[in-house]
Structure formats: structure tokens, C-alpha cells
Design a protein around this ligand. Sequence first.
Ligand code: GLC
Length: 739
Amino acid sequence: MNKYMSIAALIFLLAASPVRGAEVPLYKDAAAAPAARAADLLGRMTVEEKFGQLQQLDGLWEGNYREEHLKLAREGKLGSTLNVRTAPFANTLQKEAVENSRLGIPVLFAFDVIHGYRTIFPVPLGESAQWDPLLAEAAASAAAEEAYSVGLKWTFAPMVDIARDPRWGRIVEGSGEDAYLGSRLAAARVRGFQGSDYGAPGKVMACAKHWVGYGAAEAGRDYNSTDISESALRNIYFPPFKAAVEAGVPTFMTAFNDLNGVPSTANKRNIAGVLRSEWGFKGFVVSDYTSVKELILHGLAADGEDAAVKALSAGVDMEMVSTLYRETGPAALAAGKISQADLDASVLRVLELKFRAGIFENPYIDPALEAKTLKTPEKLALALNAALKSMVLLKNEGALLPLDPKLKKVAVIGALADSRADMLGSWSADGKPADAVTLLEGIKEAVSPVTWVSYSSGAFAGATDKDLDKAVAAAAAADVIIAAVGETFDLSGEAASRVSLALPGRQLELLERLKKTGRPVVAVVFNGRPLELGWLNDNIPAILEAWQPGTQAGSAVAQTLFGKSNPGGKLPVTFPRSVGQVPIYYGHRNTGRPPDAKEKYTSKYIDSSFEPLYPFGYGLSYSSFAFSGLAVSPASIKPDGKVQVSFEVKNISRRSGDEVAQVYIKDEAGSETRPVRELKGFQRVTLAPGEARVLTFELGPAELGWHYAGGFAVEPGRFKIYAGSSSVGGLEASFEVKP
Ligand code: GLC
């Protein structure tokens, strides 16, 4: 019998249990088991109250509730809100639900705390470039503390959608293109938000989103249809969600997209089937914003009631913002279109999580907590470290970097160098631009008192010739030009897909003119997606990928440029030469005619290289590292066996630095073609000058296996192992799997 004992059995048990007088009902007994409390409470609820618990409504952006929320809360018909936050608003609304409604069921307060609440960390794509799950966990933990302090108990994060199309604006919100890296980071972020008990103070419930396949939007156009093979679902798109479940995520959010013709918000096979029956997920599923109602536009539902029936019966427990469950549910139930069992199962899941979240016992937030929790020195220090670790050095010709802090004249060019909001990126919750350190401020802080720092805004959208002339003139006399280029925060994120990956505005034109000054140029790229940096790679001696680094942006970039910090990040996503190559990713299949520039009839382009500009896993350092001594043992294993992979990484430079050692496999032959490489292990290590370290990885069925049509298996045959500093090259060895 599953965890939710049959409702009848539970209610019978409760009815038979000795009642100590006519006092506290079981659901109010904090010592009772959440499932039992939920069953007791369910038995006391009306149909309208049940549908009300499945309703999440949207507050006002500044955190206030809407007047209708007070009434619904009093009527016990408001299960949850998004965007309502801070003690004055949350406590007032909560009081109506807890003290002035019939059953006193508290409201669950949720918000999009994606990469920080007030202290903003690098955007998730930038955080993923750290290749440091412990650091990602620490950032999520800090974000949870801040979110909790303003009355929130649920965040709509981590976003774990695999994305291989940089035209899609939401690539910024995830961990890039790889299932293994994405899985490790999904689990880390869940652990960070929740700790060992999401009901504890300072912790919030996490939410794995968007279930599923959202990142495969056709043409990179947000909300667009997706067609994903079973193999790609099982091996690429599902794994980060499975990792989140195994890390204890208690909620999922469905995606906007239709998947192979069935919208994810009514996809019974993936919700009731894969998520619940196969994976044993016990939490609850919330729709995305009005995605229940959008089933009508998709052409799946004939009307509102049909949409509610299809979503609820598919296993979507809570409806975000649209109100079809509440408005059409009772009649659909009476007509038998919604089963009592489905309704009660959804309500039980929501109630049980509310008990586990502790909001029955602690429904209110201490108004004094916020001031003590937000932007503490510890959180700001963590945000700086996170930003430093997210930096990816793409090019450093002639070791131009790090720069000498005693340089006489530094010209800082580009509006992004003096922008605060753009440093926070999209989904920056209650992050305040005023809190952000600009690159210009960071540089002034990093250089010596005798260094003259000039600034010119350069060439963003709408820049005039005069703007460019002014910028070039300012640069011409400098010892070094630091050009801040890339995207503003609103050019990526939700509903921000682009057909072009070029630098917006006249930035490239400006860079061409800056190059003509003959002065050394360092390009700092602020962006929420891979951009076309080919001209920069051919013409600019030093390029630092900074993403959108958050509150401590300027300090992190400047400390990296002037050598106080040594960049060690690696790309979590491939950078194409051209948008025409998209989708392009390292884990592609070999085809029967692998690309060969020398052979005509092979899989390539006649007008461009088939290679990416920068591959997945790539990143330089001010240090240099050597890999040697790859050993794989034993030489052959059974399908359920494990191999030990070891090799040495040595810092062969005179400067301490980080390297991210990466381990890939290639299954040479099997009943399905496998990617040319699959990441199956990584470790970021800090090595002193001359220091060598032997790293060891164990690869077993979980790493070697693949979801084939016949199920998950490690098929016999030869496997290659690669160990190196990116998804290209590296040391190579092989072993056999024998039946
Ligand atoms: C948005 C997003 C989702 C977010 C939700 C609530 O449309 O798709 O990621 O959590 O609505 O803001």
C-alpha cells in the first residue's frame, strides 16, 4: 500500500482511534504523523475547501496580497500564493487563513528565489561554470535563509532544464547542456535550499522545474513545441529531475511546452507514470503560471472544465494563477469527470507537505528576522567567492592577464561596465541593483592610487557615432582597454529568445575600432547565454566570460583581471561559432560520416567549420596544468561491475590555481548509438605551484549504463575513458565490459 494509505482506511483508523475528549482534532496534534494529520484534516473539508487548497494565486510584485486573497483565505480556499512576501504582508494574509477560517489551514508562501533572494549570486548558468556542487549548495542555503526571513517557505527552484539551444532565453536559468553536470548541480541546489529538513527555520521547500523538456523548444523559441525521443528524454532530459527527486525535492512544476503533442501540464505518462509510479515521487506537482488554462490554447482542452479535468487527472495537484480547479472542479466532481480519489489524493499531497513544512506550527514570520538575515557580511563574502569561481578565462594571448594594478592609464569602455541591474541578471528576486558593484567600481578598487581610470559608455543599442568616437578617443591614450560587452539582463531569461547570438547594438563595431587604436584590449563578456565571439577570439588578446555575476560582480571581475584571483571556471555549455550551427553540443552522436574537413562527403558545412568556438568544459587559467598517468582497472568488468579511473594532475606553473579535471566515457558499440563522449565525473582542485595530485573516480552501472529501448543497461563491449581539462582531447584509455 502506498504512503497515502487508502483514504478510507485512514479515515476508518482515525474514527476508531480513542478520542481524548472533544478536544484537539488530530490534525492539530504536532506529534502526530503528517500523513495521519492530513487524512484527518481531509475528512473535515468540504469540496470547495478541497479545491481551494489546490489553488495558488499571484500577489503583487512588491510583495503585497490582493484584496480577494483575504476573503479566499477566510473561506479556506487559498492554498498558496506566489510573490506575497515580507512579514507585514505575509502575516496579515496568514492571519485570515489561520485564525479566521473554519479549519485554520495556513497559506504556503512561494517566490522565485532562483540565484539568491536579496544577496544575488551568479545566474545559474554562471554558477554552473564553477563546476563546484558544494559551492552551489552553499549559495542555495544562503538564499533559503534570506527567503525564509521574509515569510517564504517554498521557492520555484532549481530550474533543471537541459538546454542545447542558446537562442532560448531561459538557458541562463539552468545548468547548461549536460545531464551529468546538471544532475550533480540539481541535487546540490535542492540540498542547499532544504538542508536535512525543509521544515526547519531558514530552510524552504525546493521545486524541480519545468517538468519536462522545456529546454528543447523548437527553434529556441520560448514556450514552443518540443519533440523529444524516448532515448533523449530518458538519457538527457530526465536525469537532472531524477537527481532532484533522489535529493529529496518535495515539489515539481510542470512545463509550458507540449511534448510530442501532449502538453506537459496534462501529461499523465510523465506525471502519474514516470514521476510517481516509476520514481516513487511522493510530493506534489504545481502547474506553471496559467499553464492549466493554456491547455485550451494548446488544443488539448475544449474548455475550462476540460482543462481542469485533464490536468488534475494527469496528476497536477496545484493550479498556479488560473482558477479552473476552484471554479469548475466541484461541478466536474459531481458529474464524475473528476474522481473523488484523484481530488483527495491531490489535497492529501498538498496538506502533508504543509505539515512537513512546519507552517501549521509556525505560520508566521518574525518581522525582526529580515534585517538580521539579508546581505550579511558572510553572504556577501560567499557571493563574491561564487562570482570569482564562475569566471571562465576564454583567451589570454601573451599572458596579457592578469593586469598590473600599477598600470598608469586604464580605459574602461562599455555601458555594461557601469550598470548595476545588468550584473544581477534575470530572475533576481528582491535583489537591488543599488547593491551591485559595477565593473568600473571594482576596477577603481583593484588598481593602485596612481592609476588613472577613465570610462566611456561605448556602443550599446542606440549608440551614436559620437558615442563611439568618444569611447575610442578615451581609449587611445590608455595602457590597457577593458571593454565590457555582452547583453543586458533583459536579453535572456523568460520570453527572451533571440534569433541572433551576436553582440547587440554596435559593440562589435566599437571593438573593431578599439583594436585599431593598437592598445591592448581585454574583453569582459556579461551575458545570459553563449554568444558569437568569433571575431573577438580572432582579434582580442584576452577574453573573460563573466556571465551575470550578481551583487559582487564588479569586485569579482576586477579581482580576476588584476590577478587577486585566478580564474578556474569551465563552460557548462558549448559556444558556437555561429547561430547557424545550433543545436551544437559536445555529447552528439558520431554519425556514419563524422565531420572531416578534408573529406567532402562527411557531416559538415561548406560555409563554416563544424567545430564550436569554445567546447563544453573549456576554460583557461593563469596557471598551467598537466595530466598524466591515466590508469583504468580492472581491464574488464561484468555489466554490473565497476572500474577505477585514476590519473595525476600537476600544476606546472609558478602560480596556485584551480583545474577542473573531467572524466568522459564513450561506449564504442551497442544496441543504440551513444554520444561521442559522456561526462561521468569531475573534480575542481586547487593546486599550488608544482603540486601534483592523483585523482580517482569509480564508474559503475549508474555511470556506464544507458536507457535503451529495452530498459537501462550496461551493454557488453569496449568503452573508452577520457581524462582531461575539457570535453576535447585529454588522456585516453579503454576497458571491456564482458557478459
Ligand atoms: C513563470 C516561469 C516559472 C516561474 C513561474 C512563477 O512563468 O515559467 O519558472 O516559477 O512563472 O513565477
